[in-house]
Ligand binder design. Structure first.
Ligand code: FNR
Length: 190
């Protein structure tokens, strides 16, 4: 069995984050071929290119964590019709210093949940634009805009609605196929 390491980034820093619950559900529903681990960006300072000559250890570790995985998965809320500032800050760190963009050729997918009816759709479109510039091959479909209703996913990541669980399982299966396909055409050291 060929396995792929997936690093997932949760866009929310909130203790009771519904996107963290979604992340737990996705880990449970992922095919066995995907080794899922969180890449935290909680402790990164605000990025400035003043840091470029000498990244602080926390930022070096963050870039190393992305380098160590075969693919990334973004699980993000929508804040003011875009992605949370902390997530954008993390992407900016990873994209620099110039010439060392951690997302280049790294396959990605985007998913998110919100209580609102459009389920983070606008934030995801924003994020896709950022990832395009970062040269990350993205899974185009299925799109996944999850409207979070009370109790939909428990704190432990159990999905209480059968059709939502099936949809998320299919999303992760398709993501696996996408990652395997992209990795198969990349050079070994990419
Ligand atoms: C929100 N929320 C929100 N929801 C949405 O669907 N579209 C939006 O643009 C926004 N904007 C927004 C801005 C800010 C600053 C906050 C704090 C919240 C509501 C949001 O979906 C809700 O708080 C979710 O619980 C956020 O997900 P996490 O952080 O719990 O994972």
């Amino acid at each position: 069995m060929t396995t792929h390491k997936v690093g997932y980034l949760i866009g929310s820093l909130a203790t009771a984050s519904i996107n963290r619950k979604l992340a737990k559900a996705l880990v449970k529903l992922a095919p066995a071929e995907l080794e899922m681990s969180e890449i935290s960006f909680r402790d990164l300072p605000l990025y400035s290119y003043d840091y470029d000559p000498d990244y602080p250890p926390v930022a070096k570790a963050f870039k190393a964590a992305i380098a160590a995985v075969d693919a990334v998965l973004f699980i993000t809320p929508e804040y003011n019709r875009s992605i949370p500032g902390a997530l954008k800050n993390a992407i900016d760190w990873a994209s620099r210093p110039y010439g060392t963009n951690s997302f280049a050729r790294k396959p990605s997918a985007v998913i998110g949940t919100s209580p609102g009816a459009i389920g983070t759709a606008i934030a995801q479109q924003n994020l896709r634009s950022v990832l395009s510039f970062c040269n990350s091959p993205q899974m185009n479909a299925p799109e996944a805009y999850i409207q979070f209703t009370p109790g939909l996913i428990t704190d432990d990541g159990e999905v209480t609605d059968a059709s939502t669980a099936e949809f998320l399982r299919t999303f992760m299966q398709d993501y696996h196929i996408f990652v395997a396909r992209v990795r198969s055409v990349l050079p070994k050291d990419a």
